[in-house]
Design a protein around this ligand. Structure first.
Ligand SMILES: [Zn+2]
Length: 131
């Protein structure tokens, strides 16, 4: 079994379990539920799981702020810096996903957005990654 398949299996198991728990507890805030292969598994207020990279403790403050904005964008579906909205690949919408179903999505940040790939890469280039 490849690492990717193993990761997906663990992710599905978490998603199914957490979907049931989130629904029964009425969670309203995103929360971290596990770290799998160095990636964080978060559950959003909508009950949908997201896999996110960790934010390094030693990141320079401006980079940490950008990564926090990126995390908020991913968890909420709307970027707090530029207002971009998440789009799920394929014909489904987030609300149509079944427990344990895995989908990919993207967010088209504006060119100037600090939470975009280019914005984060620019910060790393100008300031470095660690403080
Ligand atoms: Zn943005």
């Amino acid at each position: 079994m490849s690492a990717s398949r193993s990761f997906r299996r663990r992710l599905r198991a978490h998603a199914e379990e957490t979907s049931r728990r989130s629904t029964s507890r009425g969670d309203t805030q995103p929360h971290l539920i596990d770290v799998v292969d160095g990636m964080e598994l978060w559950i959003g207020a909508d009950g949908v799981g997201r896999v996110l990279p960790p934010i390094p403790d030693d990141a320079v403050p401006a980079l940490k702020d950008a990564l926090v904005a990126r995390r908020q964008a991913t968890l909420s579906g709307t970027c707090p810096a530029c207002g971009a909205r998440a789009v799920v690949h394929g014909s489904k919408k987030l609300r149509d996903l079944k427990p344990g179903e895995i989908a990919r999505g993207t967010m088209a940040h504006t060119d100037w957005c600090v939470a975009s790939d280019a914005g984060i890469a620019d910060l790393v280039e100008r300031l470095g990654g660690a403080s």
